[in-house]
Design a protein. Sequence first.
Length: 256
Amino acid sequence: MNDSVTSANAAPVKTELVALTGVNKHFGDLHVLKDINLSIGKGEVVVVIGPSGSGKSTLCRAINRLEPIDTGSITLDGQPLPSEGKALARLRADVGMVFQSFNLFAHKTILQNVTLGPTKVRGLSRAEADQSARALLERVGVSAQADKYPAQLSGGQQQRVAIARALAMDPKVMLFDEPTSALDPEMINEVLDVMVGLAKQNMTMVVVTHEMGFARKAADRVVFMADGQIVEEAEPERFFTDPQTKRAQDFLSKIL
Ligand code: ADP
Ligand code: MG
């Protein structure tokens, strides 16, 4: 089945998967998300960039309800995000998240890290979960490490395991919050390559990163945030070569 239909203007109109409408969020007096409207289509790759403190992490965390919002709505596949119970656990499975810090369980093996969620939340048998976990570890290039513990792996390997662990839940969308910013430079590409591979396989992705190479290779759209607002959105080449707002121009002049 094809998710996209072609409009008269020939631009493919994708089925909406995630929609944020009029989203506001405060931390005390601090207004961190200001009337955010963002629609993410199935299979779309959205890169979110912007200065530190602009609300990028809060935006990601809101999408899997690690942060509740004050006003507005967020839907996944047309359904409002659930707030508790089994439905919330399923949401967290449907919305895979990869953080800057790898967050693997230190006292479980690599294989156990990947099988835990599928057996607990998705109800897979151990054999099914093991088989699928080994295939995922192979896909991210760490199958030889399956029986080791996280501390025995490099940062780049651990982050690839974290990606495999999220994928094991068969998510509808993957959120990446600065997934390479804690890595030594020589390990950044091995993680970005896995992400580019996912994008090519039509995974829906929201990626907070300042890695322009990744954005150019994999993103359909760049969303530039500043001060809790979406200030500019554009296709990557356009955004990086011809930003329209002063804030985006200033930001890019600092990171390019
Ligand atoms: P970014 O990821 O773009 O750096 P964040 O979403 O982490 O931005 O943070 C946005 C703002 O909200 C920052 O000013 C940050 O200090 C503040 N903030 C983030 N999390 C919390 C929290 N749990 N409590 C209070 N303030 C927070
Ligand atoms: Mg952040």
